[in-house]
Design a binder for this molecule. Structure first.
Ligand code: TRP
Length: 334
């Protein structure tokens, strides 16, 4: 049995990068073979590293849960849970904080970037120890595979380092995970800045396609997408280095129509036509997802029920692993 685990932070709006870059691949993976046991978390405690007002994270958690199920995560096939519903995350995180060193955490590029951006503002200790909590997320479930974006590579590496060190100190206890990356083209770029990944921290909303955007807004964003000033019969071609904007549109259109970027490139000569076709393909792709989202977000009882099922399964697995870790250390049993 291969255990698969990945998570999303409930911060900001769900966007096309989440869907095409991650969730759609998770959905494709579930049920495809019965050898895979999938766990997908909503990591609300991670969001606290940058949260300072009440109510925000809880509301974002409900919203993200609705999107998870709307895109097709199936509670029968996957365990979908909220991190704070499983207290073992915080408990194993402490063990991981004592396993990782100050030096290692100081070298994490995400900490360096995020703390630099927050200069002069409050930088929580949690922002610094975040990798220990993420290591706990992964190691609690004995995850073999962790599907993540390239930006999370270093976090999965430090998780492995933590597991290796823990096992060396206390005996073979924790399973070493491996990061798995989405297929080429699954990385969705910002429509206004096609050399940067589409992300919640992007500077302008115009570059981000929110999953909840109405069709007109989606069309407008694609029509205004940044391309380049090439003209001529072969202006529409796939060349990520020389033509990042056009290539990104081709990637998105290919992903939405189950084709390849090279193949769809052959069907267009004008940027305007490519933008319209890509917008229309995404509108069509999102239509049923938005429909299910609207149903679910209006049915809080059903969402709570689904999350309770996942939470119970997650606690069972997590409880066993935490016990194993406590026993390996030789903490006095209660
Ligand atoms: N750090 C991840 C991100 O920002 C989210 C995350 C937290 C995660 N815990 C995880 C991803 C465990 C995979 C596995 O995207």
């Amino acid at each position: 049995m291969i255990r698969v685990l990945s998570c999303t932070q409930p911060t900001g709006n769900a966007h096309l990068g989440n869907y095409l870059g991650a969730w759609r691949n998770w959905v494709k993976g579930q049920g495809q073979d019965t050898e895979r046991d999938n766990f997908f978390g909503i990591v609300d405690l991670h969001a606290l590293t940058v949260t300072e007002s009440p109510g925000v994270v809880g509301a974002a958690t409900v919203d993200l849960a609705a999107w998870y199920f709307a895109v097709g995560l199936d509670p029968e096939l996957s365990t979908v849970f909220v991190q704070s519903h499983v207290p073992e995350h915080s408990q194993l995180a402490w063990l991981m904080e004592c396993t990782l060193s100050y030096g290692e955490l100081s070298r994490m590029t995400q900490f360096k970037d995020k703390s630099a951006k927050r200069e002069g503002h409050f930088i929580s200790a949690g922002l610094f120890t975040y990798p220990a909590l993420m290591a706990a997320d992964i190691l609690l479930y004995d995850a073999n595979e962790v599907p993540v974006g390239d930006d999370q590579r270093q976090h999965v590496e430090i998780t492995r380092d933590a597991a290796i060190r823990f096992n060396h100190r206390f005996g073979d206890t924790l399973v070493l995970p491996e990061a798995v990356f989405p297929p080429a083209g699954a990385r969705v770029m910002d429509l206004q800045d096609p050399t940067s990944k589409m992300s919640k921290s992007s500077s302008s909303d115009a570059g981000i396609v929110n999953l909840a955007d109405p069709p007109e807004a989606i069309m407008k964003k694609f029509k205004r997408a940044v391309t380049d000033s090439d003209t001529g019969p072969d202006a529409v071609r796939y060349d990520v280095a020389a033509k990042p904007g056009v290539s990104s549109l081709l990637d998105i259109l290919a992903a939405a129509t189950d084709s390849t970027a090279e193949r769809v490139a052959g069907e267009y000569t004008r940027y305007g036509d490519l933008k319209t076709a890509t917008g229309e393909a995404i509108v069509a792709l999102l239509e049923p997802v938005q429909q299910r989202y609207r149903e679910l977000i209006d049915d809080r009882g059903e969402l709570a029920r689904l999350l309770a099922v996942g939470g119970a399964k997650a606690r069972q697995v997590a409880g066993t692993t935490l016990r194993r870790a406590y026993d390996a250390i030789g903490l006095l049993p209660a």
